[in-house]
Design a protein around this ligand. Structure first.
Ligand code: SAM
Ligand code: SF4
Length: 473
C-alpha cells in the first residue's frame, strides 16, 4: 500500500483534539500517516468548531487557503469534519467547490469507507447522520506522539442541557455515555504505551451513565483510580447543577484524582443564569465551591464566563465581577456572547454592543489577571510535584546541541498549573528519562500564565502520592 499523507487542522475544544486522534487512527489502515505540511498532504481534514462565531470564521478562512493549495495539487482530497460540518452539511459543498467530503460529528467511524470511495471515483460526499445511541463504541487508539504522557479519553458524547446560548446539543446530538469497560480498556491501552495521565471528556460528566443505567461518574473514577501504571486522572466539564456530593468527596478520597475542578458558572447574576437555562443560582454555586474546598482544601477552581449575554446590564455584569472576587479562581476562560444558529438566545432582544462586550471582557480579564498574579506569587518559595510532559516550548531553543548548560522542561502540578523548570546539562538521552517522570520543583518565578522553578536535587522519579500533593518548603 502506498504511503499517503494526512494533514489535520483542529480548531476548538479538547473533544475536537480527541476526535482528531480518532480520525488519524481510523485512516491508518488506508495507508495514511500524519504530516505537518499541508502543502505535501494527500488528504487535508479541517476539524471544525462552531461554539462561537469566531471559530467558525477561522474554519472558513482555512478552507479558503486550501482552495489555493488544491489549485496547485488537484489530487488533494479536502474534508470538513466536526461541528461546522454537522451544522452546515450540504451547504458547504455548494459554497466550496474544492471540498470533497463533509462528515458530521458522528460519522468518524464511517470515514475510511467514504475516503476510499472518493479516492476511487472522485465523488463528493456529505454524511451528517446522527444517532440517539452510541453506534460506535469501538476503542480505536489513534497514534500517540513520541513520549506522550497525557491523553484525552471521551467518556460521553453530546449534551441534553440546552443552555439557551449553546449550539452543542444541536451539533453533537443527545447525551450518550460509553460503557465503563470500554473506557477502562482504552485507558489500559494508553497506559501500556506510556501514558501516565488521562483527562476524561464529556460536556457534563456529572450525568455520566444516568440514561443508560451505567455506574455513576464517581464510581467510574473509582475504577479508573485502580488502574496500575496510571498516575493521574483529570476530567472536564462539570455542570454545577449536577455536581454531586459523591463526586465532591472523590477529591478528598481518590489518590489519583488531581486537585483541580473546572466548574463553568457563565454569569454571576441569577436573572441572567435563569435566561441562560443554567438551572442553578449563584448562592447554590458558591455553596458547591465551599463544599469542594472542605473536601479538598487546596483544590484549584477554574471557570468559563460569557460577557454581554442579551439584556446584560452594567449592574448584572458587576455581579459577575463580584463573584470572581468571592471565588478567587485559579484561572478562567471568558468569551463575548455571540449568536449561534438554532440557539434560542439568538432570538432574544437586548443585544449588547460589540464595544461594550469588549470593554466588559477586558475588565473581567484584568480582574482575573490580578488574582492569578497574587495566587502565583504566593506559590514562590514552595515545592510542587510535577509530572514532566517534555521539553519546554517557551524556553530557550532546544536544538542548540547537547552541550547547552541548561535544558528547559515543562510539567503540570496536580492543580493544573504549568511549571517551566531547568536542569543542568540534560542530554538527549536524559530526555527520555525525564519525560513522564515526577519531579519536585522549587518555584522561583511567577508570571501571569505560568510559573518558573528549579528541580530539587534527587527528586526526579519521585513517587506520585495522593494526587502528588504540593510539599511545604
Ligand atoms: N459543557 C460545558 C459547560 O456547560 O460548561 C462547556 C461547553 S462549551 C464547549 C465551552 C464554553 O463556551 C461555555 O462554557 C461557554 O462559556 C462558551 N460558549 C458557549 N456558547 C457560547 C456563545 N454562543 N457565545 C459565547 N460563548 C459561548
Ligand atoms: Fe452547551 Fe450547556 Fe451543554 Fe455545556 S451544558 S455543552 S454550555 S448546552
Amino acid at each position: 500500500m502506498n504511503a499517503k499523507r494526512l494533514y489535520i487542522n483542529t480548531i476548538g475544544c479538547q473533544m475536537n483534539v480527541y476526535d482528531a486522534n480518532l480520525i488519524a487512527g481510523v485512516l491508518v489502515p488506508l495507508g495514511y500517516s500524519g504530516t505537518d505540511s499541508v502543502d505535501s498532504a494527500d488528504l487535508a481534514v479541517v476539524n471544525t468548531c462552531t461554539i462561537r462565531e469566531k471559530a467558525e470564521q477561522k474554519a472558513f478562512s482555512f478552507l479558503g487557503r486550501l482552495a489555493k493549495i488544491k489549485e496547485a495539487n488537484p489530487a488533494l482530497i479536502v474534508a470538513v469534519g466536526g461541528c461546522v460540518a454537522q451544522q452546515e452539511g450540504q451547504a458547504i459543498l455548494r459554497r466550496m467547490p474544492h471540498v470533497d467530503l463533509v462528515f458530521g460529528t458522528q460519522a468518524i467511524f464511517r470515514l475510511p469507507e467514504m475516503v476510499r470511495r472518493i479516492e476511487a471515483t472522485r465523488c463528493r460526499i456529505v454524511d451528517v447522520r446522527m444517532t440517539e445511541t452510541l453506534d460506535a463504541d469501538r476503542p480505536v487508539s489513534g497514534p500517540l506522539t513520541d513520549g506522550q504522557v497525557a491523553a484525552f479519553v471521551t467518556v460521553m458524547r453530546g449534551c441534553d442541557n440546552f443552555c439557551t446560548y449553546c449550539v452543542v446539543p444541536h451539533v453533537r446530538g443527545r447525551e450518550a455515555s460509553r460503557h465503563p469497560d470500554r473506557i477502562l480498556d482504552e485507558i489500559g491501552s494508553l497506559v501500556s504505551k506510556g501514558v501516565r495521565e488521562v483527562t476524561l471528556l464529556g460536556q457534563n460528566v456529572n450525568s455520566y451513565g444516568n440514561k443508560e443505567g451505567l455506574c455513576s461518574f464517581a464510581q467510574l473514577l473509582e475504577r479508573i483510580n485502580a488502574i496500575d501504571g496510571l498516575n493521574r486522572i483529570r476530567f472536564t466539564t462539570s455542570h454545577p447543577k449536577d455536581l454531586s456530593e459523591e463526586l465532591i468527596h472523590c477529591f478528598g478520597r481518590l489518590p489519583k484524582l488531581c486537585r483541580h475542578i473546572h466548574l463553568p458558572v457563565q454569569s454571576g447574576d441569577d436573572t441572567i443564569l435563569h435566561r441562560m437555562n443554567r438551572n442553578y443560582t449563584t448562592d447554590g454555586y458558591l455553596d458547591k465551591i465551599k463544599r469542594l474546598r472542605a473536601s479538598c482544601p487546596d483544590i484549584a477552581v477554574t471557570s468559563d464566563f460569557i460577557v454581554g449575554f442579551p439584556g446584560e446590564s452594567d449592574r448584572q455584569f458587576q455581579r459577575t465581577l463580584d463573584l470572581i472576587e468571592t471565588v478567587r479562581y485559579d484561572g478562567l476562560f471568558a468569551f463575548m456572547y455571540s449568536d449561534r444558529p438554532n440557539a434560542p438566545a439568538a432570538a432574544l432582544s437586548g443585544k449588547i454592543d460589540e464595544a461594550v462586550k469588549k470593554e466588559r471582557l477586558q475588565m473581567l480579564l484584568n480582574l482575573q489577571e490580578a488574582i492569578t498574579r497574587e495566587k502565583h506569587a504566593a506559590m514562590v518559595g514552595q515545592i510542587y510535584r510535577v509530572l514532566v510532559e517534555g521539553p519546554s516550548r517557551n524556553g530557550q531553543p532546544l536544538d542548540d546541541g547537547e552541550t547547552s548548560p541548561e535544558r528547559r522542561w515543562s510539567g503540570r502540578t496536580s492543580s493544573n498549573h504549568i511549571v517551566h523548570f531547568s536542569t543542568p546539562q540534560t542530554t538527549s538521552a536524559e530526555k527520555e528519562v525525564l519525560t513522564g517522570e515526577f519531579a519536585d520543583i522549587m518555584i522561583e518565578g511567577a508570571f501571569a500564565h505560568s510559573l518558573w522553578g528549579r528541580v530539587v536535587d534527587g527528586s526526579v522519579g519521585s513517587t506520585p502520592e495522593k494526587g502528588d500533593a504540593s510539599i511545604a518548603a
